[in-house]
Design a protein around this ligand. Structure first.
Ligand code: PLP
Length: 426
């Protein structure tokens, strides 16, 4: 696809470019396997000497066309889909970390990501140091160890809505010769391209705005191609030394800027198998076709809703990076001048009990374990998504026990506000 196309066009048309007489709409390659004329050719695929599809646990054309669209939107060089956002973050880290390695992790990341790294990956021998994303450079530097392999953070943290100073984090990561991995789920590539600010790898829970309709769980990993792994062969042996499971292939030598995604595909997907189903990738692609229309509407509705809440007498505080009163307004203006996201967090003067009462009275906004889709929804993280965290961890994650996470949809904003108004009054 023409590099000069802007995001609206990429959303609609990037990825699948039909040739003469081919289907206008991206086909679903509903097949586990692919046919070859000779066993020799199939052998070359297994040796990574030739590109091609052989088994959908590793790669499927439908998925790859959709990954190519996300890659174009993020401005990367290679991308892959995964079965969930969790799998995307797991693969993004595990692709360059092994037992004995260390990760620097922003304290405000989504509870599932926090648990993945601080609890589950710890059992795999990968340790982490948790840092406050607002820390100064000196404090961040102190978190690094000789065995640190990456820094992990979110553009806009779920649900604390902390905006990451991407440039600061990238500079610090690079000064320790490691990449910055940024989960860009909440901002989406419509509002922010972390690669422009120095991030090296971007991940997504495509389950959220990208799908946009709460149809399919999915994830994506995009590589900027900017981090030169071959400069640090001792730090990244998985990419820079022979892989015996592929007759000694060295990913950086054979695949250049595509080394990272190729390794994650042919090694991690092969062994761990968290591929997105082609059926889901097809639906994700339909969601992506309207991402550029939906995201601005989410942001516009969220800003109006945040203003309404800010002026309501029963509301104790509102946190939305698009509000001038937000601590993160300046960073949001720098990294996301067109808008941040559709998610607001707020607390009521009546605290946790009043939050539950108010949420039960909402009619349009539904209580669901989800966020960032077309329909307005609401959740109480301390009771739901983050309930595995203790008080201290909640505090570090920026999750006040009374915090209500309100995900503003793309309905008519008057109706969303009226729903909140009646629930707050009751
Ligand atoms: N990253 C962020 C920022 C999220 O909000 C979530 C889920 O809420 C995830 C990752 C995990 O994604 P999934 O639920 O698709 O596994």
């Amino acid at each position: 696809m023409d590099k000069t196309y802007t995001k609206g066009t990429l959303c609609v048309q990037a990825g699948w470019n039909p040739g003469n007489g081919e289907a206008r709409v991206l086909p679903i390659y509903q097949s586990t396997t692919f046919k070859y004329e000779t066993s020799e050719q199939m052998g070359r695929l297994f040796d990574l000497e030739e590109e091609g599809y052989f088994y959908t646990r590793l790669q499927n054309p439908t998925n790859d066309f959709v990954a190519a669209k996300i890659c174009a939107l993020e401005g990367g060089v290679a991308a892959m889909l995964t079965s969930s956002g969790q799998a995307a973050n797991y693969y993004a880290i595990f692709n360059i970390c092994e037992a004995g390695d260390h990760v620097v992790l922003s304290s405000t990341v989504y509870g599932g990501t926090f648990n993945l790294i601080a609890v589950t990956m710890k059992k795999m021998g990968i340790s982490c140091t948790i840092v406050d994303p607002d820390s100064d450079v000196e404090t961040l530097n102190a978190a690094f160890l000789p065995n640190t392999k990456c820094v992990v953070a979110e553009t806009i943290a779920n649900p604390a809505l902390v905006v990451l100073d991407i440039e600061k984090f990238a500079l610090v990561a690079h000064s320790h010769q490691v990449p910055l991995i940024v989960d860009n789920t909440f901002a989406t590539p419509i509002n922010c391209n972390p690669f422009i600010w120095g991030a090296d790898i971007v991940t997504h829970s495509t389950t959220k705005y990208m799908d946009g309709h709460a149809m399919c769980v999915g994830g994506a990993i995009v590589d900027s191609g900017n981090f030169d792994w071959s400069l640090y062969p001792e730090k990244f042996p998985g990419l820079c030394s022979p892989d015996d499971s592929y007759h000694g292939v060295i990913y950086t030598e054979r695949f250049g800027k595509k080394a990272y995604i190729t390794k994650a595909t042919v090694q991690l997907m092969r062994d761990l198998g968290s591929i997105q189903s082609p059926q889901n990738a097809f639906l994700l692609n339909i969601g992506l076709e309207t991402l550029h229309l939906r995201v601005p509407r989410h942001c516009e509705n969220a800003l109006k809703t945040a203003h309404f809440l800010e002026n309501h007498e029963k509301v104790a505080w509102v946190n939305y990076p698009g509000l001038e009163s937000s601590k993160y307004y300046g960073l949001a203006q720098k990294y996301m001048p067109k808008g941040t996201c559709g998610v607001i967090s707020f607390g009521l003067k009546g605290g946790r009990e009043e939050a539950a009462r108010m949420m039960d009275k909402l009619k349009l906004a539904a209580i669901v374990t989800h966020v960032a889709d077309a329909r307005t929804c609401v959740l109480h993280p301390a009771s739901h998504t983050h309930r595995q965290m203790n008080e201290q961890q909640l505090k570090e994650a920026g999750v006040n026990p009374e915090l209500i996470r309100f995900s503003v949809g793309i309905e008519s904003v008057e109706d969303i506000i009226a729903d909140l108004e009646q629930a707050l009054e009751g």
